[in-house]
Design a protein around this ligand. Structure first.
Ligand SMILES: NC(=O)c1ccc[n+]([C@@H]2O[C@H](COP(=O)([O-])OP(=O)(O)OC[C@H]3O[C@@H](n4cnc5c(N)ncnc54)[C@H](O)[C@@H]3O)[C@@H](O)[C@H]2O)c1
Length: 337
């Protein structure tokens, strides 16, 4: 087991050891009732294993449909209704069991119901293990846009077990790899080097990736400055996702195109090593994260310029000189023209 300390909680990483879960829960919680929120797919795959892992607790399940559409006000209301119906009290413990959708939704319910209920994250996708379960951002989507209703709310524990990855479809696995490659590019040259040469990861790389996020989140917990580094590839990535109505491309795929566009822009500004662009491009092609012909910056400029983050004095934009050496630059509208 590996343990990473956050200011008010631990992230524990196990390799195929789900039976350790109840021990960790008992170290932070003294009651018997647990309220697990999960999606239909994860419930079907892991209900039996959870029954065994949580045999010493009385567990209530709230199961929502899988996919981004569950990060909605409608599902939020249904989850709250079911939890109240099942008798949840404000000192009970909630568990988010699933990918980033479940983590964000459950965290937001936990942050708001009765003005805050303790909760833990059990991420079951690679993306959730290395990214969405870390850092305390929780929230849901509104019809006006993604993640518009949310909060910062830290879990009491993040319990990662790599056994969940055995059922993850390849495309979802690669989706998580994209965020790990991003972490390597902005903050860990060795992680990047490993990911160039391997198509699967172990606890060690998951830990390295979490450390990159941990460092920036600790300096800037509420996303005012340094945390922006995590947005490498995301400015164009979000524009791509938005233009295609969040359907055609997975998040990891959209940000992979976005990272290539950001590297290209860095080259134009004379900051990014041109060899890095070629290397990252062939890595993304090999992992099926992008396809040729690549998406072009040209087609997404208007989404970027009209983005609410594009302020009068420009847009904060992340470029990477070489792996481990990112820089926040101010991008003017004319830089894009
Ligand atoms: N809070 C944050 O800091 C943060 C960071 C990045 C992304 N996010 C959010 O995360 C969400 C995306 O997360 P995601 O990519 O994990 O998507 P997801 O939660 O929709 O999971 C992807 C799919 O994998 C399935 N799945 C989950 N675990 C599985 C397993 N072990 N085996 C087989 N199938 C499994 C799910 O049912 C779903 O169909 C987005 O809503 C995004 O906004 C949040």
């Amino acid at each position: 087991m590996t343990q990473i300390k956050m200011p008010n909680y631990d992230i524990v990483i196990h390799d195929h050891n789900l039976l350790e879960l109840s021990k960790h829960i008992k170290s932070i919680y003294r009651y018997d009732e647990l309220f697990v929120v999960t999606d239909q797919k994860v419930y079907a795959l892991y209900h039996q294993e959870m029954v065994e892992a949580l045999a010493s607790f009385h567990v209530s399940y709230v199961v929502v449909p899988e996919g981004e559409s569950s990060k909605s006000l409608d599902t939020y209301q249904k989850v709250v209704d079911t939890l109240i119906e099942k008798g949840i009290k404000r000192n009970h413990l909630m568990i988010a069991l699933g990918g980033g959708v479940i983590g964000d939704l459950t965290g937001f319910v936990a942050a708001t119901l009765f003005r805050g209920i303790p909760y833990i994250q059990i991420p079951t996708t690679l993306l959730a293990m290395v990214d969405s379960s870390i850092g305390g951002k929780v929230g849901i989507d509104l019809k006006q846009g993604k993640n518009l209703l949310g909060s910062f709310y830290q879990p009491k524990l993040v319990f990662i077990d790599t056994s969940f990855l055995k059922t993850l479809p390849q495309r979802e696995y690669n989706n998580g790899l994209a965020e790990m490659i991003k972490a390597g590019l902005i903050g860990d040259k060795k992680l990047y080097q490993y990911l160039l040469e391997h198509d699967t990861v172990t606890i060690k790389e998951i830990e390295q990736s979490i450390h990159v996020k941990r460092e920036v989140v600790l300096i800037d917990p509420y996303d005012y400055k340094e945390r922006m580094l995590l947005n490498f590839g995301h400015t164009f990535g979000h524009a791509i996702e938005k233009k295609h109505c969040y359907e055609t491309y997975k998040h990891g795929e959209a940000i992979s195109y976005g990272m290539l566009i950001a590297l290209q822009l860095g080259m134009t500004l004379g900051k990014t090593d041109p060899n890095l662009y070629d290397e990252v491009k062939s890595l993304f092609l090999k992992r099926g994260l992008v396809q040729e012909p690549l998406l072009e910056m040209e087609d997404y400029k208007s989404e970027i310029i009209h983005d609410k983050k594009f302020l009068a004095d420009g847009l904060n934009f992340i470029i990477v000189h070489k792996p481990g050496f990112p820089e926040i630059i101010k991008l003017k509208a004319m830089d894009l023209l």
